[in-house]
Design a protein around this ligand. Structure first.
Ligand code: HEC
Ligand code: HEC
Length: 300
């Protein structure tokens, strides 16, 4: 999915030609509760969906304001993912959630670019849905919304031309946690670390993340309430990346937001508090296999 370079120069012509509704799902997909699907689903919902949908003050997935989108896009709030009939996902069928995650097509046929996860294993989507429907406190029905999205004209246009639904990659298997490097690579993909830690949001490759420009070498920029924040180089380069991190340093940075020397990591870096030791260590092991890239990020 690439944002064409002419995006800002020919908006009107494009607006006329762009498709905004796509065929909805005909895939059969029904989530089934098995052994540890509830517990495993909770881990994924917190680590993946929680980045945008979890409202800490309410301890609930009622949604929240997305603060790390470019300002020109307007205001965007994530949706209520609780079991509420009126505001939540009680009316979303399992197959529709599957389609939204795999291809980016919502149940009303809109293309929503924020959460496409084409490489997510079917078993993981299954467990995510099992947890979302479980009635556990953070996902128990709450009849409220965090706010109403209001995309600017340019924002609407950007989401329209920035992408289109991804091809459906079916029957993807979840790698075993014993296969440490493959598991770490998979987590980087489905959690979306590379969405922020590559060169630009405009040159990400969702189907083959490692082909994203500047994969993991950092430099992406945000303007968060007036502060310029840049994502770190997290390749194993010793001088400009995380080559000097120990596994313990890495756990602390990723879960608690504190880099070696006590440097506090700024939003939009999340506190991935719900990652287990097995998960952080697999991500670390995978990152250490990447080619070190000598790329100094300003301010780091
Ligand atoms: C990067 C941020 C982000 C992540 C991560 C994310 N979402 Fe979302 N999600 C959004 C935003 C923003 C919206 C609202 C989009 C809109 O209404 O245009 C949304 C909307 C939704 C909707 C409602 C779609 C509709 O028809 O209006 C569902 C269902 C959903 N997300 C499920 C999930 C699940 C399940 C996960 C985790 C696997 C997830 N999301 C991860 C940002 C995110
Ligand atoms: C929404 C964007 C975003 C996502 C997703 C994200 N990061 Fe970050 N990350 C950042 C930003 C921005 C910084 C720099 C923060 C600062 O300098 O204060 C950062 C910093 C870091 C650092 C500190 C490096 C250093 O010493 O400067 C590590 C380690 C890290 N991220 C790992 C990860 C991992 C692993 C994931 C996935 C589990 C991840 N990040 C997901 C935005 C993100």
């Amino acid at each position: 999915m690439k944002w064409p370079a002419f995006i800002f120069t020919a908006p009107i012509l494009l607006a006329i030609g762009c498709k905004s509704h796509y065929d909805t799902t005909t895939e059969p997909f029904t989530a089934v509760k098995t052994g540890n699907s509830m517990e495993h689903g909770k881990n994924l919902v917190f680590n993946v969906c929680g980045q945008c949908h979890y409202n800490e003050d309410a301890n609930s997935f009622i949604g929240e304001k997305i603060r790390d989108l470019p300002g020109f896009m307007g205001k965007v709030y994530s949706a209520n993912l609780t079991d509420s009939k009126r505001y939540g996902i009680a009316g979303y069928k399992d197959a529709e959630i599957y389609y939204l995650l795999k291809r980016g097509i919502a149940k009303d046929g809109r293309f929503i670019p924020y959460m496409v996860r084409p490489n997510m294993a079917d078993a993981d989507i299954n467990d995510i849905i099992v947890y979302l429907r479980s009635g556990d406190e953070p996902v128990k029905a709450k009849d409220t919304v965090a706010g109403k999205s209001h995309l600017s004209l340019l924002g609407k246009l950007a989401t329209k031309v920035s992408g289109k639904p991804l091809p459906l990659k079916k029957n993807i298997k979840r790698p075993s946690p014993d296969n440490t490097i493959a598991y770490g690579r998979y987590l980087v993909d489905i959690i979306g670390c590379y969405h922020c830690h590559s060169k630009s949001i405009l040159s990400l490759d969702y189907l083959e993340p490692e082909k994203s420009k500047g994969y993991m070498a950092g430099g992406m920029k945000w303007n968060i309430e007036g502060d310029k924040i840049r994502a770190s180089n997290i390749t194993p380069d010793k001088a400009t990346g995380i080559g000097n991190y120990t596994m313990a340093d890495f756990r602390k940075a990723v879960r608690e937001g504190e880099a070696p020397g006590g440097r506090v990591l700024h939003y939009p870096m999340r506190r991935f508090k719900h990652l287990t030791d097995t998960q952080t260590d697999a991500i670390y092991a995978y990152l250490m296999t990447l080619p070190p890239k000598d790329h100094k990020v300003k301010g780091h």
